[in-house]
Design a protein around this ligand. Structure first.
Ligand code: HEC
Length: 126
């Protein structure tokens, strides 16, 4: 090996070593940072909108619907206030259809009947 390529090899090894040391240092910094207590720092008025505060067992599943149907189902195609049965029946119907035909069909396919009942119950109480 001539001296140029052994210099190159040494600087490559040095660079890789420095990179590895930086990664190890960053990881240990991330692991040592304690999680921020979000829940303690908010008022009760804000609670229902905060992630991590669950007031109903179907709330997290239903939050997948908020993007299109509005927060708590008060937007497009109002889900809030519909009966739980109506929502479950519509979801079951849509889940049996071609997922490529309508956006809702593919969403509905993701849930078991028990999950649909939780989602339906959540929206019926909004
Ligand atoms: C990407 C947007 C999007 C998301 C996310 C979404 N929906 Fe929909 N949903 C629609 C659209 C658009 C319609 C109306 C057209 C249709 O039926 O496909 C609809 C229609 C519906 C209907 C029928 C309403 C009616 O009166 O006919 C129900 C029930 C429904 N969605 C429930 C849900 C539930 C429950 C979720 C969450 C699990 C959800 N949707 C997530 C877009 C969405």
């Amino acid at each position: 090996m001539n001296s140029l390529s052994s210099k190159n090899t040494r600087s490559i090894i040095l660079s890789v070593g420095l990179l590895a040391a930086t990664i190890v240092a960053c990881r240990s910094e991330i692991e040592q940072t304690p999680p921020t207590p979000i829940v303690n720092s908010i008022t009760s008025d804000e609670r229902s909108l905060k992630v991590g505060v669950v007031n109903h067992p179907g709330q997290l599943l239903a939050s997948n619907c908020f993007q299109c149907h509005g927060t708590n189902g008060t937007g497009l195609e109002h889900l809030a206030g519909k009966s739980a049965n109506e929502i479950v029946n519509e979801l079951r119907e849509m889940s049996a259809k071609n997922p490529r035909a309508e956006i809702m069909n593919v969403h509905a396919k993701a849930y078991t009947t028990d999950e649909m009942k939780l989602i339906g119950d959540f929206f019926s109480k909004q």
